[in-house]
Design a protein around this ligand. Structure first.
Ligand code: FAD
Length: 642
């Protein structure tokens, strides 16, 4: 679903029965509290699903179908880039120019090291904050497939500016209002949000509620014509008095979202909790304490189905792709910084850039950038088409954040050696920026388990839930099919599952119908497609082995999730590389795919792989990676006479 595609919304009555997760948790003997909380989250997830027409729901999304469908739908892995309209292109170009101008003039940051108000206002003046707002409300109406790759460009100039576009546009107030707001809310807020007159933030996390969103404590109570809010939020990016917050709180014990205008100054009702935070250091990040803070009742966002988490998840989906786009930009900055140093630094009478180890780092980093680009293009295309895209966006988020972390430590830091830790060095000054995306918008491993749950949910509902229910009805705790009473109790659901298992065993996985593509990339796409298509037996076998105890087998869920994600990234990257008419990008896609393939096979790198990665690295050291051409690398610190 997107605001530009309301026709893709589905209308269906809300189901009120206990969710699969809740039933499974109860059957597994978990406490009522844990079952209820898990069920609440699962239900919120079902309600998000219900917002989308069937063809755009998770079970019909590419990542799900790649595993469970009889044939892998290759066409759903091949989104293409979009060409922005001239008006949109102007907003983007002007925004980049504003940042360049401030950077060159040394006026990006204020005395606290935060982005200056003047810069934010100048960006508002050229339309930056309204990129995702429709023109009728004063915005540029960018498709997500234009917005996300543009963030990559912005991140090559200034990562926090790029990050704030996502904080404001995806998770902040813009997406919740444009997607879920009523006509009045859109009219009142979108123009101000588009112009940047009001910048926005997203306040979900609390001292006791981060990964566990069922632990939210902030409450809002209707009193007269306003909600009275009490509670505390933590780690909120872009919070400054006078800005607007998409505030997730409990109303009548259910999560809800209020659009809250923060007063111009702290007062009795609204106070900021200030602390030093190393990450996203160019923006203000604070806790907020609300004491009888009033928000007009008309600022409550209402959802036809679901609750406030429905709204939050929608924006987070977009934010996760934006995060991957940002990582693709940040990794370009690292690459652009490594090249001059690799060519300058001489050891044992040769520049380190001529050495295999350093060339491999350059090649692998280009591979990570290319894979991140591929995911951004794929996911944003799906979002624009109307897909929920939750599994796909999680893949992009995890890959982007992990790739950035790996690139920073394994490639960037190591190549710059001791200078990495000098004050004023990009690595030393930004190391927290490189690591923090692994945590915000959902810690990666927790998200990986959520991915797994989305992947197996339908299979569980179809085959395992009936078995569980039959066991419960018969009062059987430990099933034993040799026991005739157990066999009889399970005959119906077990037969259905048995048929599925036999069908899988007899199944011949057919080769995907790939578009014309270079042989190496074709081989990767075929491998990844085959891997995904062969995984149902493995996944289902794990479900069958652990049954109701699976929820506690987090390491296994995480491991399977990782493999499915890797294979999906591999498929997208191979197809993306093949679509690009650039041999260096294709070679980078090949290296990334080889790295991912080894994760899946556990095999050692071959000499051919080292040759491919180092050859690519040498080309890149020579200026062969076009998408970093023209980037202004940072100065070489502590140069020396050679
Ligand atoms: C720089 C930065 C900016 C941020 N900006 C915002 C913002 O703008 N708005 C906002 O609302 N929030 C923001 N956050 C908060 C961020 O989203 C949370 O930090 C994140 O969701 C993790 O929550 P937590 O810190 O409470 O970690 P916790 O939930 O305490 O998790 C800690 C660890 O426990 C593990 N864990 C937790 N639950 C389980 C489980 N059930 N099973 C196994 N392992 C588990 C996690 O994997 C993690 O490793 C920001 C955070 C940072 C660092």
């Amino acid at each position: 679903m997107s605001t530009d595609a309301p026709d893709k919304l589905k209308t269906q009555p809300e189901k009120e029965e206990a969710s699969f997760a809740e039933t499974a948790f109860r059957l597994a003997g978990k406490s009522d509290e844990e079952a209820r909380r898990t069920g609440a989250l699962d239900k919120a997830d079902d309600q998000v699903e219900a917002l989308f027409k069937p063809q755009y729901q998770t079970v019909n999304s590419p990542a799900h179908r790649a595993v469970w469908d009889k044939e892998l739908p290759i066409d759903l892995f091949t989104s293409t880039s979009v060409t922005p309209s001239p008006a949109l292109q102007k907003v983007m170009d002007d925004s980049l120019e504003v940042v360049r101008r401030h950077r060159d003039a040394g006026t990006l940051y204020n005395e606290d090291g935060k982005l200056r108000e003047q810069l934010l206002n100048d960006l508002g003046g050229v339309g930056y904050w309204g990129l995702l707002v429709k023109p009728e409300y004063g915005g540029a109406g960018a498709p997500f497939a234009a917005f996300a790759p543009f963030l990559t460009k912005m991140a090559t100039l200034e990562g926090t500016v790029a990050g704030l576009a996502s904080v404001h546009g995806c998770i902040g107030a813009v997406d919740p209002i444009r997607t879920f707001g009523n006509a009045d809310q859109k009219k009142r807020y979108l123009p101000k949000l588009a112009s940047g007159e009001r910048l926005s933030a997203f306040a979900l996390t609390e001292p006791g509620a981060g990964s566990d969103l069922t632990a939210l404590r902030t409450v809002a109570k209707l009193e007269g014509d306003s909600y009275v809010v009490n509670g505390e939020k933590l780690f909120i990016t872009n919070v400054v008095p006078g800005r607007t917050v998409g505030l997730v709180c409990l109303i009548d014990n259910k999560p809800a979202v209020l659009i809250a205008d923060l007063p111009e100054q702290e007062n009795e009702e609204f106070q900021l909790k200030k602390y030093g935070l190393y990450a996203i250091r160019g923006a203000y990040n604070r806790g907020i304490i609300f004491k009888n803070f009033r928000v007009p009742a008309e600022n409550l966002l209402k959802v036809q189905r679901g609750d406030g988490l429905t709204i939050a998840y929608h924006g987070l989906n977009l934010g996760r792709v934006a995060l991957c786009a940002n990582a693709a930009g940040m990794m370009r900055v690292m690459l652009a910084s490594m090249i001059p140093w690799a060519n300058f630094r001489v050891t044992y009478s040769q520049p380190i850039g001529t050495r295999e180890l350093v060339q491999r780092r350059l090649g692998c980093l280009a591979g990570l950038i290319t894979a991140a680009d591929a995911l951004v293009e794929w996911c944003s295309g799906l979002i624009d088409q109307g897909y929920r895209g939750e599994m796909e966006c999680v893949i992009a988020k995890i890959f982007g954040s992990e790739a950035q972390k790996h690139a920073a430590v394994e490639f960037f830091m190591k190549t710059h050696g001791g200078r990495s830790f000098l004050q004023g060095h990009l690595f030393g000054d930004n190391v927290h920026e490189y690591l923090a995306p692994c945590i915000y918008e959902g810690e990666g491993e927790v998200l990986g388990m959520a991915f797994f749950k989305s992947l197996v949910k339908q299979h569980g509902v179809q085959f395992f839930e009936p078995i569980g229910k039959a066991l419960m009805a018969a009062g059987i705790k430990k099933p034993n099919l040799a026991n005739p009473a157990h066999f009889w109790a399970l005959r119906g659901p077990a037969t259905a599952y048995g048929k599925w298992v036999i069908g899988q065993k007899l199944r011949r996985v057919s080769a995907p119908s790939l578009p014309p593509m270079p042989a190496a990339l074709r081989a990767h796409a075929e491998f990844a497609a085959d891997f995904l298509q062969r995984s149902p037996q493995d996944i289902s076998g794990t479900m069958s082995k652990h049954q109701l105890g699976l929820a506690d087998r987090q390491c296994r869920m995480s491991e399977i999730s990782r493999r499915i994600q890797d294979a999906t990234v591999m498929l997208c990257t191979a197809l993306y590389g093949a679509r690009k008419d650039d041999e260096v990008v294709r070679a980078a896609a090949d290296v990334a795919c080889q790295d991912l393939k080894r994760n899946l096979t556990g095999k050692r790198p071959t000499d051919a792989y080292f040759k491919a990665a180092t050859k690519l690295g040498a080309t890149i050291a020579d200026g062969g990676f076009k998408s970093i051409a023209g980037m202004k690398p940072d100065e070489i610190l502590m140069p020396y006479a050679k």
